[in-house]
Design a protein around this ligand. Structure first.
Ligand code: FA5
Length: 353
């Protein structure tokens, strides 16, 4: 009687296991099924263990039937495993990649012309022994003007149309923070923090609240230069800038120095390069307007007051400084007729570099 019950129990276990197996979709499900039925504490193993408690004559019958179920379930498990693997291979074949198709090209980025020219400029000065440093674009009045010999209410402030930041005011209610109008504030910051000898160039963005035209933008780059040591003269400045122009434009371009006024240098000059576009022959030339020259920088000998403001003794130290416009230099070098192209984001222009 017990024998029959056990045989029925084995059969229904087998049927339930097989039914469950057929609906398992993947290999992790198969493993769970194997543990449930065939594992060490699995359902079939439990039944087989119970054989020892049966009467002696029933043991071989139930034992043999149990093993038969075990072999049958293992066989079905193998078949189901193969079916799942085959189904996966078939689906891979459906999505097959056609490796004979031509590849899709990725858009390659490129450097902005301002970046290209900035790198060229700084490399030239690096080659002449200058260090490259950078400074803040949001600047204090103290560095942008006062340390540079431009006190409050000095008329030279009109040279720099300023974007003020309305967050901070002094006791008299005047704004103290601005977007730097030139890179010259870094002269004062560098001299405050270091003793001579100093030879640095400072590339960076500057901002001016002014109307734009073919040679004027309201946001542009400058590269400041500063050399301070004992015995620096105007001849050192001229030689350095001539050497820069030779390396940047080649020896066929001409450089012109004219007296100019900047409160932070004495004497001061502006420096121009002859116009690539018209050689001064076209009064309607968009670049030089017929002048034959394009101004690329201001320069001069650091004013004694600026040296004093940072705690240097002007009787001991002297220096030269310059501030150039990289976009204007790129215009001359690459024949670009309008500075506004640099920030116009016109891909037809940008793709040419
Ligand atoms: C200055 O900014 C002085 N800080 C330069 C200087 C430094 C003089 C050290 C003496 C000693 P200026 O405003 O001239 O000077 O500008 C310098 C250069 O920046 C110009 O020669 C020109 O090349 C470029 N520049 C000036 N304004 C613009 C503008 N609106 N758009 C594009 N480039 C400009």
């Amino acid at each position: 009687m017990a024998e029959n019950t056990h045989l029925q129990e084995l059969e229904s276990l087998r049927d339930a296991a097989i039914q469950e197996l057929e609906s398992i979709p993947d290999e992790s499900g198969l493993e769970a099924w194997r543990v449930e039925y065939l594992g060490r504490s699995g359902k079939l193993t439990q039944v087989l263990r119970g054989v020892s408690t049966l009467p002696a004559d029933a043991r071989p019958v139930i034992g043999a039937a149990g093993n038969k179920v075990k072999v049958a379930l293992e066989g079905r498990l193998g078949e189901r495993q193969a079916a799942i693997v085959n189904a996966r291979l078939d689906s891979l074949a459906d999505d097959a990649i056609d490796i004979s198709l031509p590849g899709r090209s990725l858009a390659v980025g490129r450097l902005h012309p301002s970046t290209i020219i900035l790198r060229e400029i700084t490399e030239i000065f690096r080659g002449m022994g200058f260090q490259v440093v950078e400074g803040p674009e949001v600047e204090l009045d103290r560095y942008n003007f006062e340390a540079l010999n431009i006190p409050k209410d000095h008329p030279a402030r009109d040279m720099f149309d300023t974007f003020w930041i309305d967050a901070n005011k002094d006791a008299e209610g005047r704004f103290t923070t601005l977007l730097r109008t030139h890179t010259s504030p870094m002269q004062a910051r560098i001299m405050e923090a270091h003793e001579p000898p100093i030879r640095v160039v400072v590339p960076g963005k500057v901002y001016r609240y002014e109307a734009t035209d073919a040679t004027h933008e309201s946001q542009f780059y400058q590269v400041e230069g500063l050399a301070v040591d004992k015995g620096i003269t105007f001849a050192n400045l001229k030689h350095t800038l001539h050497e820069f122009a030779r390396r940047m434009f080649g020896s066929e371009r001409k450089m012109r120095f004219r007296c100019d006024y900047f409160p932070f240098v004495e004497p001061g000059v502006d420096v121009s390069i002859d116009c690539f576009n018209c050689d001064g022959t076209d009064s309607s030339c968009r670049i030089c307007r017929g002048a034959g020259w394009l101004e690329i920088m201001g320069a001069g000998m650091v004013h004694p007051n600026v040296l004093r403001n940072v705690g240097y003794d002007p009787e001991v130290y002297s220096g030269f400084a310059f501030g150039m416009g990289p976009e204007r230099i790129a215009m001359l070098k690459y024949g670009i007729e309008d500075v506004r192209l640099f920030y116009g984001n016109d891909m037809r222009f940008l793709r040419q570099f």
